[in-house]
Each structure stands twice: as structure tokens, then as C-alpha cells.
Design a protein around this ligand. Structure first.
Ligand SMILES: NC(=O)c1ccc[n+]([C@@H]2O[C@H](COP(=O)([O-])OP(=O)(O)OC[C@H]3O[C@@H](n4cnc5c(N)ncnc54)[C@H](O)[C@@H]3O)[C@@H](O)[C@H]2O)c1
Length: 450
């Protein structure tokens, strides 16, 4: 890289952008950047190039063929892209001016942050900026969810040590959390306000203008990188806790003998009651992000109580649900060992093919401990992927030739919400138990609902 004494930022309108990690977050981002032709902020023409970089060649080959198995981008949207190249070739990355990192940040078996992919991606970026030949200084923006201070304490030191460059002198950093909701066709990248931040005033303005050039909903400039990181974490932590409260209430109401959804409907008539629904909390955001916050908090000597108790309630729901099911089966004199169970939905949430960290797997493993015979139907997930991961077979439609002892409505896919009373009744035998975790089974048919 040609070193420059003055901080000189790339041209906003004609910069080359590398998106590192092309999953649920990275692909829509790369596509939107490459689709935008006129800046929403300056009204000037945009002539940007986008390098979509990933280490998974299978994923890259699908994307090159215009196929996105996450269902976030359809064929027509692929055709609207311009100057977008998909690659796993590191050498191309040194052409980029702006690097946006969108790799996974899961937790490990001890529920501690697993920053392996983030560190690897940062290493890739560092090597690219070391070889970069430009008059301008590069900018690295992280979108992966991290705990507050991770960008400054983990990522920037990696870049500095590999390149021997100094942050804010030879390169700039930023953080801009992603808020997309996979499977949600209404809240998409461009119509959600984008929080932005940068390592200096100048770079934070540049980063904000960059996102503002194509995000219709506009941007919000956070006062620092740490503030932007924390904002993301608390959005999901708050949601986790709100659901945990309703899950705990569902346990209490079950003991009292009243229906949770009836109570929520009644309470929701008050103007300031927030209606959250009970359910399994899986996936890689809501059930994971709070642990990033608690990890950081514990490192600083404070053991979070409210946040972790919410996590315990939500993680314990599958156990409690299976206990209720077994009780109901015993009351109806249904043999537990060998009972035929149909589970509707395997993904971690409705209308989305993502199975990572789905709590339905937890439910299944608990049912298997009772030697129940389980079938699963999910029209959206990829059966091959599930089989590879868990040896479970999944139907794409409800088998019509079997009458089940137990039906568990676990995920509210539109396909299940569209079932008629008769369709529901036909799934189980007359004495069958219907467990409704999502409020989608007609109330007069369900035997138990959360
Ligand atoms: N999916 C969501 O709903 C969502 C929403 C907001 C924020 N986030 C956060 O965004 C980040 C990405 O999540 P995602 O759901 O898009 O993940 P994902 O698993 O769908 O995609 C990540 C991609 O990164 C690639 N990758 C992994 N290591 C890499 C490396 N070293 N270099 C280049 N590519 C690499 C993987 O092959 C994969 O294609 C996470 O931090 C997540 O918490 C996700």
C-alpha cells in the first residue's frame, strides 16, 4: 500500500467494496450495493464495484448460478446486480477500498463467543490491505454481531499486527450492525434504519454517507463503535427477555389452568402493554447474542442476573413442553414408547429455511429419550442438509397415510397456517394429542398450547 501522510478516504461514488462472508447478511448487502445506481444522499451516479468473497466454494458456485438457498435473493434480483463478482480468491481483495465483514459469530459449547470466523476474516482483510496499491486509505466495517468493544479489542489489533499499519492513520474501522430478519419480506435491508459508526469523525461520516447512499430508510450515526456494537446486542437481548417473561407466564398460567394467548389478548387492550408471544427461542441471534453481552460483562466483573435468567427460562422450554406432552399422553392412555409423533416445522423460525440452532432439535432429542417414533415435515428446509447434520429425515408435505398419536406444531410456516380444520383433524387419530407452540392449531382442536 502506498502510505499517505494525510488521511485520504476513497471516493464514495466509485469505490470498490468487498463483502466478506456471503450468508444471510452478506449476500443481500452485496446485492443491494451493486444494484444501486444513484446515491440517495447526493443524487450522483454510482459506479461501484462489489467483490463478494466467501471461503465456501459450494455457496459461491450456487451464487454464480443465481441460486440463493437462504431464499433471501431471488433470480430476478440477481439479474439486477451490476459489477458484482463472487470469489474465494484472496488476491482480488487488494483491489477493494471498503471491506465489510459479515461472517458468523456463534457461541461455543460453553456458551462463550466463538470469534474464529471473525478473526480469520480479519486476517484475510489485513493481508489484502497490506498488498493494496491505492492513494486512498482503506476502511473496514464490521457487521457481524459482537460484544461491545470487540472491534477495537480483537479486530483492530489483528489488522495492526499483520500490516504494521496504525488504525486512524493508515486505515479506518467502523461498525454497522445488521438488523435483517430472515424470511421477513417486509423488513429488508434497505427499509430498516442502519446504525453506523466509525473510528474517527471523518470516517464515521464517510461510512454513514456510504450506507445512506442506498438504504431507503436512512441511517443513524452512533456516537462510537462501542455504542453501535452495544445497540445491536441489546436489541436482541431485550427481545430474548421479553419472550422469556411470556414463557415463564405460560408455565404459571398452565398451572392455573388458563390459556396464555387468551390472557395476552386481554392484556393487549391496554395502550402500553407490549405483546410478545411464548415459544422456543432458537437461531443464531436472539438465543446467542445475550451470551456475547454476558461474556463481556463477566470479564468486567459483573455477573448479569436478569439476562441470564431469561436465557435459562428460554433454553428450558423444550423440557417443560415434553413434560406436558408426556402427562397428556399418560392421561389419554397413549403408549409413550413407540408413539407416532409428527412435528410440523424444523427451522428456527417461520418462513425461513435456516435450521442452525433450532430448538426443535432439542425437542426431538427429548422425545427420542422416551423412544417415540418421530416424523418431521418442513416444506422450506433442505432435507439433505438436515440428514447430513442429524441423520433425521424430513418430509416436505404432511404424510396422508399415517394417523399420528401426537402432532406438534413447532414452527408457524405459512403452509401450516393455511391448514383447514379438517386438514388438522386428519393428521392425528381420534385420541391424538395436538401440541401447539405457535398458536396456529384451531383452539378447539389443540390439546395444549403455549
Ligand atoms: N442471519 C441473521 O438474521 C442476522 C441478522 C443480524 C445479524 N446477523 C449477524 O451477522 C453475521 C453473519 O450472519 P449470517 O446469518 O449471515 O451467517 P451465515 O452463516 O449465513 O453466513 C456467513 C458466511 O460467511 C462465510 N465465512 C465464514 N468464515 C469466513 C471467512 N473467514 N472468510 C470469508 N467468508 C467466511 C461462510 O461461508 C458463510 O457463507 C453474524 O455475526 C450474525 O450474528 C445475522
Amino acid at each position: 500500500m502506498k502510505r499517505n501522510n494525510h488521511s485520504h478516504l476513497p471516493d464514495l461514488h466509485s469505490c470498490t467494496v468487498a463483502v466478506i462472508g456471503l450468508g444471510y447478511v452478506g449476500l443481500p448487502l452485496a446485492v443491494e450495493i451493486s444494484k444501486s445506481k444513484i446515491s440517495l444522499r447526493s443524487a450522483k451516479n454510482l459506479d461501484r464495484k462489489v467483490i463478494g468473497f466467501d471461503i465456501n466454494n459450494e455457496r459461491l458456485n450456487e451464487l454464480k448460478a443465481g441460486v440463493d438457498k437462504t431464499n433471501e435473493i431471488n433470480k430476478e434480483e440477481f439479474l439486477l446486480t451490476n459489477n458484482l463478482e463472487f470469489t474465494s480468491d484472496n488476491s482480488i481483495l487488494s483491489k477493494a477500498d471498503l471491506f465489510i465483514v459479515t461472517v458468523p459469530t456463534p457461541i461455543d459449547n460453553n456458551k462463550a463467543p466463538d470469534l474464529t470466523a471473525l478473526k480469520n476474516a480479519t486476517t484475510t482483510v489485513a493481508k489484502a490491505i497490506k498488498n493494496r496499491i491505492h492513494d486512498t486509505l482503506p476502511i473496514i466495517v464490521y457487521e457481524s454481531t459482537v460484544y461491545p468493544a470487540a472491534t477495537e479489542e480483537v479486530c483492530i489489533p489483528i489488522i495492526e499486527s499483520i500490516t504494521s499499519f496504525a488504525c486512524n492513520k493508515d486505515f479506518f474501522c467502523g461498525y454497522s450492525p445488521e438488523r435483517i430478519n430472515p424470511g421477513d419480506k417486509k423488513h429488508k435491508l434497505v427499509n430498516i434504519i442502519k446504525v453506523t459508526s466509525g473510528s474517527t469523525k471523518e470516517s464515521s461520516e464517510w461510512i454513514d454517507d456510504f450506507y445512506g447512499s442506498f438504504i431507503n430508510a436512512g441511517t443513524y450515526k452512533a456516537s462510537s463503535i462501542k455504542v453501535a456494537e452495544a445497540a445491536k446486542i441489546i436489541e436482541n437481548t431485550q427481545r430474548d427477555l421479553n419472550i422469556a417473561l411470556i414463557n415463564e407466564l405460560a408455565i404459571i398460567f398452565n398451572k392455573i389452568g388458563i390459556d396464555t394467548l387468551d390472557v395476552l389478548d386481554a392484556a393487549s387492550t391496554k395502550w402500553n402493554f407490549s405483546k410478545f408471544l411464548p415459544g422456543l427461542v432458537g437461531g443464531h441471534c436472539i438465543g446467542v447474542d445475550p451470551y456475547y453481552l454476558t461474556y463481556k460483562s463477566e470479564k468486567l466483573g459483573y455477573y448479569p442476573q436478569v439476562v441470564l435468567s431469561g436465557r435459562r427460562i428460554n433454553d428450558g422450554m423444550s423440557n417443560w413442553i415434553v413434560e406436558q406432552l408426556v402427562l397428556l399422553m399418560a392421561q389419554r392412555k397413549i403408549n409413550i414408547g413407540g408413539a407416532r409423533v409428527l412435528i410440523l416445522g424444523l427451522s428456527f423460525k417461520e418462513n425461513c429455511p435456516d435450521i442452525r440452532n433450532s430448538k426443535v432439535f432439542d425437542l426431538i432429542s427429548k422425545l427420542e429419550q422416551y423412544h417415540m417414533n418421530i416424523d418431521i415435515v418442513d416444506p422450506l428446509i433442505c432435507p439433505k442438509e438436515v440428514f447430513k447434520m442429524s441423520k433425521l429425515s424430513v418430509f416436505s408435505i404432511i404424510p396422508s397415510e399415517i394417523k399420528y398419536d401426537v402432532v406438534i406444531a413447532a414452527v408457524a410456516h405459512d403452509q401450516f397456517k393455511g391448514l383447514s380444520d379438517l386438514d388438522w383433524k386428519n393428521i392425528a387419530n381420534l385420541n391424538g394429542v395436538y401440541i401447539d407452540l405457535k398458536g396456529i392449531v384451531p383452539k378447539h382442536i389443540s390439546s395444549f398450547r403455549l
